[in-house]
Design a protein. Structure first.
Length: 155
């Protein structure tokens, strides 16, 4: 499977994938995770990396947003289609983001994980990410209190 940089033409497919993958967060937040206009706007600040399905008419099977700020890389909105999970695609996307960061001369890769997603914190910890602080969660209306846990990994 090939990872490529998305274009604005992919925004609808990326938004649909992200929203489908993030339905697991419905226990603590309301509404969709993103929309195509936000995807296009984020492309002006960084880039989305994607893996296409075998049938391009079905859109992308995996996507992640990544950006660079000085010597820090960031990735977020990692999404793998529910029917393609547990096949290593998430790890492939993380590796691609880390490679982008290294190629840009970053010394750290950073992520934000909602504290209620302890499964994700364990996963990222197993990949070498360490807790580096917290910050408020202000993206969508919440159904229960939560916050971001900032994590980082030396590249």
């Amino acid at each position: 499977m090939t990872v490529r940089t998305a274009t604005p033409a992919d925004a609808d497919s990326i938004a649909a994938l992200v929203n489908r993958a993030y339905e697991v967060e419905a226990f603590f937040v309301a509404g969709d995770r993103t929309r195509p206009a936000e995807i296009v706007e984020l492309m002006t600040q960084g880039r989305f990396l994607v893996i296409d399905r075998d049938d391009p008419a079905r859109g992308v099977v995996a996507a992640v947003y990544t950006s660079i700020a000085g010597d820090r890389g960031y990735f977020g909105m990692l999404a793998v289609a529910p029917d393609a999970q547990k096949r290593g695609l998430g790890r492939l996307m993380i590796d691609a983001c880390e490679a982008v960061g290294r190629d840009a001369g970053c010394r750290l890769m950073t992520i934000k994980v909602v504290n209620l997603r302890s499964d994700l914190m364990r996963r990222y910890s197993s990949l070498g990410y360490l807790v580096a602080g917290t910050e408020p969660y202000v993206h969508r209306p919440v159904l229960q209190p939560c916050h971001f846990v900032n994590m980082e990994k030396e590249l």
